[in-house]
Design a protein around this ligand. Structure first.
Ligand code: KG4
Ligand code: ZN
Length: 362
């Protein structure tokens, strides 16, 4: 199969990439919108959509030119069609459909979570490859879930957050501590000089059966501590709070992942891989704790490089390749879906359940 164009616009990264079946990235571009959203301390959907609209058409043309291919020489176009912010989803999927309509290339309505889930399978990324089945921990600003990845389109969700995502908790606590946005990286830097045992923040769900997460109680506990200390929070106390908060998150993630590994082992005889995806995977303490937890269960931890863990279009192009190889494409009627859980892909019926799964045209 020929190279596939991937388009990602589901949140605040505008991205396009051309990837071939061997996993070679022929061209790639990502534009982060941090600067645009920073004054508001979070992603403003309307601003995100306007920036996608301003950047995407030129970016798509550029990556295709840089790939050395013409549109007609591609094997397909995959655009994130959900879940995410509706404005961005409409822009990215419409651009993808427009290209498909104009060129006759098959269209894949890519699920953003599936793209994260399949990234580790990019050939050459992990020695020995990542065959199905494997366990996935997705920890980003918008998502926090543990999933058994059994095949393309076959996912068993073991648990997820009942309130905030882990990255969201990092961002909110960073805001409380007066750090910039997005807060995860800044909080990790501050935590490095703090004492993780100074404050005993709750570790929600820890020790309970199952694989669900909850971070809003932890965030509230931090907010109460910050309020108790008042506006003149000394730098060292801020570092201790950051470190103690991070410790609570890390312990919770490791505990829930351990339960998931036990469940995975009960169900599957093969596949002892714990794959981590999403921006929070960039956190060294998170990675260290997961490494230990994985080793204790006889699992190998796989963390793709940071640029592939955070939102990007290489993962979308790759998800497109995985689907096209199976003959799975979507109709141009596939509607953008702000909510689109992985389990909904099980019937392989495409983005809106009506008209997906049509054989590729070219
Ligand atoms: O996957 P991602 O780029 O975007 C989505 O949310 O889909 O993840 C971004 C999230 C943000 O919440 C950010 O604060 C968090 O990942 N993050 C981190 C770190 N780097 C990014 N959280 C903790 N420690 C980090 N080093
Ligand atoms: Zn993401």
């Amino acid at each position: 199969m020929r190279a596939v164009l991937g388009i990602e616009t589901s949140c605040d990264e505008t991205a396009a990439a051309v990837v071939d079946e061997t996993g070679r990235v022929l061209a790639e571009a990502v534009a982060s919108q941090d600067r645009e959203h920073a004054p508001y301390g979070g992603v403003v959907p309307e601003i995100a959509a306007r920036v996608h609209l301003a950047l995407l058409p030129e970016m798509v043309a550029r990556v295709v030119t840089c790939s050395g291919l013409r549109f007609g020489e591609l094997g397909g176009v995959a655009a994130t069609t959900g879940p995410g912010l509706i404005g961005g989803l409409i822009i990215g999927s419409q651009v993808g459909k427009g290209i498909s309509l104009a060129t006759g290339l098959p269209f894949v309505a890519a699920n953003h979570l599936e793209a994260h889930a399949l990234t580790a399978r990019l050939p050459g990324l992990v020695e020995g490859g990542v065959p199905f089945p494997y366990l996935l921990l997705l920890v980003s600003g918008g998502h926090c879930q543990l999933v058994m990845v059994e095949d393309v389109g076959r996912y068993v969700r073991l648990g997820g957050t009942v309130d905030d995502a882990a990255g969201e908790a990092f961002d909110k606590v960073a805001k409380l501590l007066g750090l910039g946005w997005p807060g995860g990286p800044a909080l990790e830097r501050l935590a490095a000089s703090g004492d993780p045992r100074r404050y005993r923040f709750p570790q929600p769900m820890r020790g309970r059966p199952g694989c669900d997460f909850s971070f809003s109680g932890l965030k509230t506990a931090v907010a109460q501590e910050v309020a108790r200390q008042g506006v003149a929070l000394p730098q060292s106390a801020g570092a201790d709070i950051a470190a103690s908060f991070q410790h609570a998150v890390v312990e919770t993630l490791a505990n829930r992942a351990t339960n998931a590994m036990v469940l995975f082992t009960e169900r599957h005889k093969t596949g002892r891989l714990l794959v981590v995806a999403g921006g929070v995977a960039a956190n060294c303490s998170v990675r260290g704790a997961l490494q230990d937890a994985a080793a204790a269960q006889g699992f190998r931890l796989v963390v793709p490089p940071a640029r592939l863990c955070t939102d990007n279009a290489v993962m979308v192009a790759w998800a497109g390749i995985e689907r096209l190889r199976l003959g799975l494409t979507d109709s141009l009627g596939a509607a953008p879906r702000p909510r689109w859980p992985l389990e909904a892909l099980a019937d392989r019926s495409g983005a809106n359940g009506s008209g997906g799964n049509v054989p590729p045209r070219g």
